[in-house]
Unconditional design. Sequence first.
Lengths: 258, 258
Amino acid sequence: MSYYELCNEVAEAIQKAVSGLIGKPEAGVTLRIGADGTPTEKIDEVAENAALSVLEKDGRSMRFVSEELGEKRIGSKPEFTFVLDPVDGTFNAVNNIPFFCVPVAIGGSDLSDIRYGYVKNLVSGDVYTAEKGKGAYLNKRKIHVSSVSELSGLSVISYSYRPHVVAINNHKVRRVRVFGCAALELCYIASGIFDAFIDMRSMLRVTDIAASKLIVEEAGGVVTNGNGKPLSTELDVTKRVNMVASNGMVHDKLLELV
Amino acid sequence: MSYYELCNEVAEAIQKAVSGLIGKPEAGVTLRIGADGTPTEKIDEVAENAALSVLEKDGRSMRFVSEELGEKRIGSKPEFTFVLDPVDGTFNAVNNIPFFCVPVAIGGSDLSDIRYGYVKNLVSGDVYTAEKGKGAYLNKRKIHVSSVSELSGLSVISYSYRPHVVAINNHKVRRVRVFGCAALELCYIASGIFDAFIDMRSMLRVTDIAASKLIVEEAGGVVTNGNGKPLSTELDVTKRVNMVASNGMVHDKLLELV
């Protein structure tokens, strides 16, 4: 089974498992605090269990890193790390806001060593994929970042207050949006709908961004931390990072803003 | 034909007319500058023409106020003003981001004198309605604003930089979102999914907010300008306002933030 097939099987199992919970208040009931330090809601647990069940049947040995359970070794000699956010955009899913997804990354032991990225939009069914060195794809069609090079023309997704200040008070960028689903928002950078993504809250987990980081890079974009350095951290759900992702043409100007 | 039926017929005509344009780059081609001072894109014109055609067949005389054409008198003795944004969330619609709607308000000559509000979510088909003094409804079921009373628990939709500062840097509110579709975002305040909406850019038009203002108020919420005064302005697409809408329990605290 290829990486694509494995990711797809996991995403489909999650989609089926949570389908009855979308827009339902009971889906948002907090069960406990998860391994990542944030509440595990019912929909998260249902989704993670569905994924685990697929991975345990796969037969390969792997390290499974996931938001709620933290880390679990499957088999005795892990061939790779399988990094999952069972549902990215839980608040949206619980409240029937059509913006949530399943992101999966396959790699070694560090965020800088991801070899395959997969994000499935659970509303539209769109699938974004990237294999290291082989480009990024939306539903198997090649995608590329935008070519906007002026700040004044930028459509930015931002969880950082400075861009809001400049956008809203000084009209220095064209638009700012905040959808509450980082993995999918980053795919909009890869496909050129938005030009940049900024999150300076020191809140992003590897499970949120590992897949989409590779997808943005393979689509021709640039991803760094808030200081302009390459993003690197262990594939561990307790780690938190800042992130600036862009089409590459405005990256330095954005780093000055944040 | 009741107000509901008239609004619904207009929204359905728009939905049919634009269905082939969602997610298509040609839908976003700028045709000219509209009466509201912003670009008229192809999808806006197609939608407005579909609405006009329904209204001209209705038989009643009315003043039609709409973003692209500005104002048009239908018949000789207007019984009411029909206020329309043919598509609210044009950027989303053109880019296949599932968050756009048709808002319609029926009233006299001022934003403070709206007697009927109707918003149709063009993705899910959900319909929000309110008649002055008779409550607010989602798909004909009564809705009510949330009861969150502490800033730290608030889910806020905000186009104002101060809440971003406090939320992102000081974690004083729980979450901030920006979806880019004011009419529908306000309906999320009415239905209690979000607790407050703030837009201090002085960019909101009566066509964006007239319907949803009544829907929020009839759902038990409070709507003012940024100074805490009642919102009042002519039903004219060139007018721009600020707005703070909330569940009422945190309104004063929000006014201090903006």
